[in-house]
Design a protein around this ligand. Structure first.
Ligand code: SF4
Length: 419
């Protein structure tokens, strides 16, 4: 095992095109909020963005902002601001970092995009509890604070097989939000526009899936840490053709890498699956650490969460209800395990790494015996690292590094024994 620090991962050239797409998106949002030309809706990351976009809203995603607070390492200092107004350090650190940033009057957008002074003020807040209840409390905080209407969609959780009753319930809630949204935006819903936007979202989802699945190649042309950056357009611009144009560019580069046998990690020897949230403030360190161990983290549940295969422009409401209910995070442990089994096979995984993110039990799957059950079923080892998505006080570099190094040694021994 090499085990030494040396940058062995390769950056993707397409990142420049992605930065332009993201910059355009944030400047447009800023202009919409400043001029009032376009109403602004805040939406949860797997909420019904297509409805909002089709009704002419500029759409902002507070979770994306939360991730930026984590990636820029602003989060850890801001979380106590939200704790001081009663939001526990144990709840979602996207929520606490974001509310803390608002209370302090700071945003990473100002540094990344000169001229932007604050997040865009919302005209409406729309959440879906498919992922967790924290989004409801998060959006209601802003609703009270800014005196802005809040619309919630309530999705069943822990679902085994997705049934028609689940779809009917969610689709009815999507339809019911159209009238209040129309009152706020001043625009009626045009069914043809909704179909168009859902069609664009479906294309975005298909392209994003194709991007992620290029990592089934050996060596993998991209890794999880690339994915967390390149997923930006799929999160904030699905339903907008610019996201799709970007993924065409990225795919071209990835296919070239595959043709040339270029891996994202030089000398890839081990392939891991990441289950759980990223540690946003440690992406670079993690990327370097795994590369220095000849290991590529080739796939993750987290980045796969923006694949919505059910979107159908001919049946927008029902297909959106299905797409936003079929998600991994909404499902029972049995369904989650079947999903990870498929991914382990598809991506030729040597081991699974679980991130126990202290403030997000919803995206943490190691606590009820899943690693042990999957080890038995799949015959591949797993490792849990302790940490958090945003609160770096809950993460130790030293402990994570020691655990990961020992795990890779274990994989090496297995490989040697199986020769
Ligand atoms: S799923 Fe986790 S990280 Fe995302 S909003 Fe909910 S609690 Fe926060």
């Amino acid at each position: 095992m090499s085990g030494q620090e040396k940058p062995k991962f390769k950056k993707l050239e397409s990142v420049k095109a992605m930065k332009k797409v993201m910059a355009d998106y944030f400047y447009e949002l800023d202009e919409a909020a400043k001029t009032g030309k376009q109403k602004v809706a805040w939406c949860t990351s797997v909420g019904p963005a297509e409805i909002l976009r089709a009704m002419g809203f500029a759409v902002f995603f507070p979770e994306n902002h939360g991730a930026m607070l984590g990636a820029t390492r602003m989060a850890t200092e801001l979380i106590p601001e939200a704790n001081a107004v009663g939001y526990s350090p144990d709840i979602c650190s996207y929520l606490t970092a974001d509310v803390g940033a608002y209370l302090k009057g700071v945003t990473p957008l100002s540094k990344a995009y000169p001229g932007i002074e604050s997040v865009p003020k919302p005209d409406v807040l729309v959440y879906n509890t498919n992922q967790c209840r924290d989004v409801q409390d998060w959006f209601n905080w802003y609703g009270r604070h800014l005196n802005v209407p809040v619309i919630g969609v309530y999705t069943h959780r822990n679902i085994g097989r997705v049934q028609e009753t689940h779809i009917r319930s969610v689709a009815a809630q999507f339809k019911a939000m159209v009238e209040p949204l129309s009152d706020i935006s001043g625009n009626k819903m045009d069914p043809a526009e909704l179909s168009r936007v859902v069609g664009l979202s479906r294309r975005c989802s298909d392209l994003w899936k194709e991007v992620l699945e290029t990592a089934t190649a050996v060596p993998a042309p991209l890794n999880f840490f690339d994915d967390t950056i390149h997923m930006g357009p799929a999160v904030v611009l699905r339903g907008d053709p610019r996201a799709n144009e970007y993924y065409e560019i990225l795919l071209k580069e990835l296919k070239e890498r595959i043709e040339q046998g270029v891996g994202s990690v030089d000398g890839e020897k081990f392939r891991l699956y990441w289950e759980g949230m990223p540690v946003w403030g440690k992406l670079r360190e993690h990327s370097q650490m795994f590369a220095s161990l000849d290991t590529c983290v080739v796939a993750s549940t987290y980045c796969n969460s923006w694949i919505f295969e059910a979107f159908d422009p001919d049946d927008p409401y029902n297909s959106m209800a299905r797409a936003y209910t079929e998600l991994f995070i909404v499902r029972s442990d049995d369904e989650k395990e079947k999903y990870i089994e498929r991914m382990a096979d598809l991506f030729k995984i040597d081991g699974i790494l679980y991130h126990d993110a202290k403030t997000c039990p919803n995206n943490t799957n190691n606590r009820y015996g899943m690693p042990e059950r999957l080890e038995e079923k799949l015959g591949i080892p797993s490792l849990t690292i302790q940490g958090d998505l945003n609160d770096l006080r809950l993460y130790s570099d030293e402990q994570a590094r020691t655990a990961v190094q020992a795990f890779i040694e274990q994989l090496e021994e297995r490989k040697a024994a199986n020769k």
